[in-house]
Design a protein around this ligand. Structure first.
Ligand code: PEP
Ligand code: MG
Length: 728
């Protein structure tokens, strides 16, 4: 029988004036097998195999990028395969055969001479590879069960570990997110007609995004901002022009759109910069949307989808997730993604668990498989056995039950058995978090991390945008106090538009107030927005990472300047202004006497304090749990601070993670802390602990325990709680 792939390699070799043209396809087990060749030994077909990452062909597949070498044999990755007879060919150019983001194989040409393949030639190869990918996927050349795409890893239960992008646990059935657009035609007959088709499709996409923006639950907050950024992309001149040019050069609208994306990905695909990765995934989202429009297809056919969808994707843009019916969406699993990625932020707003960086999950899951997305433990269970499913169902039930119990505590006072009133607040960072104020019955927001919305934008938000956000936060708080922390960026929280952060030791580098004071215009703009957003209402401003009193004084001066500016312009100033600092840098403990006269409150950030006290990176998993937050040195330090701060009439609270764990919260109350701020989910458990506690007893116990030589405080406190029926 005629060998169609053999025909393809012959034609390509001819077209490219190459002596060799070969096609390698991916088989199960990450093996690239030579499926067809013109120029190499025919007997090598189906015999020559390379693992992904092995040799130049493996390298092209592993990195999903083209390679062009005038002297391939001099390349350190070159792997010589004697059965092919390729030793006489010096130059090599290869491109990955990619479909829906997955590498299916590699297309290679070789020449005897040391030929420099130019950009145009590589582009031609890419275009051919694009067509090949569609035809291969459609089963035109090889039977589908020959290639890896379908001959998966069997249907055994599987656990895939990833990272938590949003918490929670969900059970459902897999939907493989793949637009499955097959580009049938690459070369156009009528460029004008293709251009018209493209413009219509782009217009349709614009309308779709506008419709999403109009949806009632996208009226405010970061989700809206993300969609608006996305909308701007649709109007981006550069993007539109690139596609028009590609179509002008003779490609069909589909091929032009795909080509434009492939070009960008080839240039930026290796970048690890989170901002660039985010843009790339927005662009992928947009590309898929336009392709779907061109094909005249809806994004996903709702009728064919299960009622409890777990979406499995390589990566995803925010708009793609919103295409699915929200009432049927249960969870999301991504091969890529980060907690700050746009899709994760939208998923958080929809309250669905997401596990990211789950390796190869797309190729390990079949549509309709039963799936557990366990965001809490950062894992995905594929086709779990029935008994496991039952256990998970029971865990979800128990969790709902606990939620109901904590809900019942919502309107009861946060007071100990001996009537000590404890201020219970929540931490927030997105407008969407504010809804938890009502749900949890928290007294207010003890820490509003303002940097998060800054991180999802492509440029520094102007004063109006910030003002709008802060004003909305205060509207939702409806009179309950909110402590706004000024920007705490730097370190791992990168703002793409604030210059490079090349610090070797970022947590101790140019971050937070240090940036604010070095870039006073930026800090002033934020302070201006806070004053305007408050619009006469009470305002609390907190400065992060203060290490010296002079830093607070400088920051206060900027705040005073902004207050004067507002007054000069006849704008309302806050009816009550409270200014405070985060206590995160140990050095501040020995400056309290000079600090206290200048602040209304201090909030202890135990996350950073602990890392600086023990010189142990808070994000280093190898050190996680090594130094206990209940260790006597930290408790003694905090006790010392409480004793200093209390008589000065300055409020003291704790807003690090420690405050949200019942045993730790117990210890904090016992050393004299009376205000805590924590993630919303922790309020119920901590309130239950507070309401079962006799604070007097606990204080006496703690005072005695802290004078003892170092002892394991965690165990001691657990026993104390058990003896006194304290709910921890
Ligand atoms: C802290 O350091 O404890 C804190 C609350 O701030 P962040 O976690 O935002 O650094
Ligand atoms: Mg901190």
């Amino acid at each position: 029988m005629e060998d169609p792939l053999g025909e393809v390699v012959r034609l390509v070799a001819n077209e490219m004036v190459a002596e060799v043209c070969s096609i390698y396809l991916l088989r199960a087990g990450e093996v690239l097998e030579l499926f067809a060749t013109q120029g190499l030994n025919p007997s090598a077909v189906h015999r020559t195999r390379l693992r992904v990452g092995e040799g130049l062909v493996g390298d092209i597949a592993a990195h999903n990028r083209p390679l062009s070498l005038a002297d391939a044999q001099a390349h350190p990755q070159y792997a010589y395969r004697p059965e092919t007879g390729e030793e006489i060919y010096h130059s090599l150019a290869g491109v990955p055969i990619v479909r829906a983001g997955r590498v299916l194989g590699v297309l290679v040409v070789q020449n005897r001479t040391r030929r420099h393949y130019d950009e145009e030639e590589i582009e031609t190869l890419q275009t051919i590879a694009m067509v090949l990918a569609e035809l291969i996927a459609a089963g035109h050349f090889v039977s589908p069960n020959e290639v890896q795409q379908v001959d998966g890893l069997g249907l055994l239960p599987l656990r895939v570990d990833g990272v938590q992008l949003t918490p929670g646990v969900a059970i459902g059935h897999a939907v493989l997110h793949e637009p499955r657009i097959s580009i049938q035609k690459v070369v156009a007959e009528d460029a004008g007609q293709e251009l018209k088709r493209f413009e219509e499709a782009a217009h349709g996409v614009r309308e779709d995004v506008d419709r999403m923006l109009e949806a009632h639950d996208m009226q405010s907050g970061e989700q809206r901002e993300i969609l608006e950024t996305f909308r701007m992309f649709v109007d981006d001149r550069g993007w539109l022009e690139r596609i028009r040019e590609a179509i002008g050069s003779g490609l069909t609208a589909e091929a032009g759109v795909q080509r434009s994306f492939d070009d960008v990905r080839a240039r930026l695909g290796q970048s690890t910069d989170p901002y660039i990765r985010e843009r790339l995934s927005d662009l992928q989202d947009l590309t898929n949307r336009v392709l779907l429009r061109l094909a005249g297809r809806a994004v996903a056919d709702p009728a064919s989808l299960p009622d409890d969808m777990i979406i499995i994707a390589r990566d995803m843009g925010p708009a793609e997730l919103l295409d699915y019916d929200r009432t049927r969406l249960r969870g999301l699993v991504l091969e890529e993604g980060s907690a700050m990625s746009h899709v994760a932020i939208v998923a958080r707003a929809l309250d669905i668990p997401v596990v990211g960086r789950a390796p190869d999950v797309l190729s390990r899951v079949e549509p309709g498989d039963s799936i557990v997305v366990d965001g809490d433990n950062a894992q995905v269970l594929v086709r779990p056995a029935d008994d496991i499913l039952q256990t998970i169902h029971a865990a979800i039930e128990a969790r709902d039950e606990r939620r109901r119990k904590y809900m019942a505590l919502r309107d009861l006072p946060s007071a100990t058995r001996d009537q000590a009133r404890i201020s219970l607040n929540m931490n927030a960072g997105l407008l969407i978090d504010m809804q938890h104020l009502d749900e949890t019955g928290a007294d207010g927001v003890g820490l509003y991390r303002t940097e998060i919305p800054f991180m999802v934008r492509s440029e520094f938000p102007d004063v109006d945008a910030q003002t709008w956000l802060y004003s909305r936060v205060l509207d939702v708080a409806d009179g309950r106090p909110v402590t706004f922390r000024t920007l705490d960026v730097g370190g791992d929280k990168v703002l793409p538009y604030v210059g490079a952060f090349g610090d070797d030791n970022p947590a101790m580098g140019w971050r937070a107030i240090r940036i604010g004071l070095d870039r006073p215009a930026m800090l002033r703009r934020q302070l201006r927005a806070l004053i305007q957003g408050a619009s006469g209402r009470p305002l609390s401003v907190m400065f992060p990472m203060i290490a010296e009193v002079s830093e607070l004084l400088s920051a206060r001066r900027l705040l005073d300047l902004e207050l004067e500016r507002a007054k000069r312009r006849g704008q309302p100033v806050p009816e009550r202004l409270r200014v405070g600092v985060m206590f995160e840098v140990p050095a501040l403990a020995w400056q309290l006497d000079s600090l206290l006269p200048h602040v209304d409150f201090i909030s202890v950030g135990t996350n950073d304090l602990l890392q600086f006290l023990y010189a142990a990176d808070r994000g280093n998993t190898r050190l996680a749990g090594r130094y206990d937050s209940l260790s006597p040195p930290l408790l003694r330090l905090l006790h010392f601070v409480v004793e200093k701060v209390r008589p000065a009439g300055v409020e003291l609270s704790v807003c690090g993670e420690m405050a949200g764990r019942p045993v730790e919260a117990l210890a904090l109350l016992a050393i004299g802390v009376r205000a805590l701020s924590m993630s919303p989910g922790a309020i119920g458990p901590v309130k239950a602990m507070i309401r079962s506690l006799d604070l007097n007893e606990a204080t006496g116990f703690m005072n005695a325990a802290l004078t003892q030589p170092d002892r394991p405080m965690r165990e001691t406190l657990r026993l104390f709680a058990a003896d006194h029926s304290i709910e921890i």
